[in-house]
Design a protein around this ligand. Structure first.
Ligand code: UN1
Length: 497
């Protein structure tokens, strides 16, 4: 299929002109230029969202859920087309493109159920003849900033919840993936058309880079800012949002580890390592970056791992059978090479990590996945490099392994491979992994949408997706009603003339 055919499924043309250039990591080809949003228009967009909010907040939540149900249906119908476009624009293999769209469908289903379950509490009042309750109300327009690596799913985690919670959305996708965002808007409009009476501007896409992003983040009309990306970006967003007392939901860097214990099922561990370290070409925030292996199993595991790494099919992510596509661009390749050079200087022994397929794709940045045996958890290991680099460390005691796992600034995802119940439970205990996600006999990536997704420390502390993450999109109101004929004060205070 031609690149332009993939675009045309959403009425997108490969037009060129002024604006953001969408390039395919597959071959470096320019796919289209997309008009950029002028930062001066931000107040108008926020005013649109405010008008949408006034109407949408009074629509009953289950009816709001109906829009998200229709969105889920439209996504089901567009799954192959959108999955292919994700693959083309973000460079992940088609299977993972499909998986990403499935994640969108799943969160829509979740949010539809949620639209009838935005439960509050009733609370016992200390005063006679008083009723106390906690109610959740829509908060206001929600800004979503997403990254190139999950160009559509992250929008949907936020948008599906925000919409059932009564909040319109303004979405600024990564400037590397404007087309998938435009396609999502087309799909969203299909759902809106079937819904019938939705207010205009429930979801607005803003295309552009830093300038428009900053104008949005600083705007007081956007009480919720959900940002996914680097820790550096999150630090700036957090400051601007805090300054105006907005609420931020941050999903930032990860530096995810796997502990492989002596009792581990090595066949399973091997498969999990491959998917989580090599999958998405190492460009998930949940990618496995550190392997902490018990010294007794390290030689065997490393031998098998190197053999498996050498046979990973690398190529165009649109071709079937390929498991590893390209890095997103030349900057990503440069960052990978810088990290590998630093790792060597810090005592690392590198296998793989070279550029490949340059004959076929001179403008695509394909690499072989790298394994780096490190003498310890040095500076480079503590840093997130968005590339398929797996640092390998060894340990002797579980305490040591947990200390290594926790000894980095990030705290997103973690896992242990062990068949020893005591070890596994210790890893999950209060004295175990300090991450937002901790798995046993499962790799660190590929979380289901039903759980709350996010992490601690420099990962930013936000939670999105399942569980009670919806509460971040609503404002909590404590209401006390006095149905008696007296006016008793709380804490028994007497205040009578
Ligand atoms: C991301 O990389 O920003 O758990 C999100 C996972 C996916 C989401 C990753 N469900 O790997």
């Amino acid at each position: 299929m031609q690149h332009s055919d993939i675009l045309s499924r959403f009425g997108l043309t490969s037009s060129t002109g002024a604006g953001l250039t969408a390039r395919s990591p597959v071959d470096g080809a320019t796919l289209a230029t997309v008009a950029e949003t002028d930062p001066a228009l931000v107040p108008d967009l926020v005013a649109n969202a405010a008008r949408a909010f006034e109407a949408w907040r009074t629509v009953p939540a289950p009816r709001r859920g109906e829009l998200v149900r229709l969105l889920g249906e439209e996504l089901r119908a567009a799954k192959e087309d959108l999955g292919r476009l994700v693959s083309l624009e973000a460079g992940k293999i088609y299977q993972e493109g499909l998986g990403e769209v499935q994640e969108m469908i799943d969160i829509c289903d979740f949010a539809v159920g949620l639209s009838r379950q935005l439960y509050g509490l009733t609370i016992a009042s200390e005063r006679p003849g008083h009723a106390m309750r906690e109610t959740w109300h829509p908060t206001g327009p929600c800004l979503v900033i997403s990254a190139f690596n999950f160009p559509v799913a992250v929008w949907s985690w936020n948008a599906a919840l925000a919409l059932v919670c009564g909040d319109p959305v303004i979405w600024k996708p990564s400037e590397k993936t404007p087309l998938t965002a435009a396609a999502c808007q087309v799909i969203f409009e299909r759902a809106v058309a079937r819904f019938g009476d939705a207010p205009a501007h429930l979801n607005q896409v803003v295309q552009g880079g830093r300038a428009v992003g900053e104008a949005l983040v600083a705007h007081p009309g956007l009480p919720i800012v959900s940002a996914t990306g680097s820790t550096r970006m999150g630090r700036e967003v957090a400051k601007l949002v805090a300054e105006r007392f907005g609420r931020s939901i941050l999903e930032l860097g990860g530096n995810n580890a796997m502990i492989v214990a002596p009792s581990a099922d090595l066949d399973m561990a091997l498969r999990a390592i491959l998917f989580s370290a090599v999958g998405t070409c190492g460009q998930r925030c949940t990618t496995l970056r550190r392997l902490i292996v018990h010294k007794d199993v390290a030689p065997t595991l490393l031998l098998r791992l190197k053999a498996a790494y050498a046979s990973v099919p690398i190529g165009s992510p649109l071709e079937s059978g390929v498991l590893m596509g390209p890095l997103v661009d030349s900057d990503a390749f440069a960052a990978m090479q810088t990290a590998l050079t630093k790792a060597k200087a810090e005592g690392g022994v590198v296998t793989g990590g070279e550029r490949t397929l340059t004959d076929r794709f001179p403008n695509g940045y394909y690499v072989t996945p790298a394994i780096v045996e490190m003498p310890g958890q040095t500076d480079v290991v503590r840093h997130e490099t968005f590339a398929p680099i797996l640092y390998v460390l060894t340990y002797e005691t579980l305490e040591e392994a947990i200390a290594l796992q926790n000894g980095v600034p990030q705290g997103l995802s973690s896992c242990i491979f062990s068949t020893d119940l005591r070890e596994a439970e210790r890893f999950l205990s209060a004295a175990g992994s300090d991450c937002g996600i901790a798995n046993v006999n499962i790799g660190p990536s590929g979380a289901e949408i039903g759980g709350a997704f996010g992490g601690e420390k420099e990962t930013g502390g936000g939670r999105e997706s399942g569980s009670d993450a919806w509460k971040a999109y609503m404002r909590r109101q404590t209401a006390t009603v006095n149905y008696s004929a007296a006016l008793p004060l709380a804490q028994g205070i007497k205040f009578d003339l």
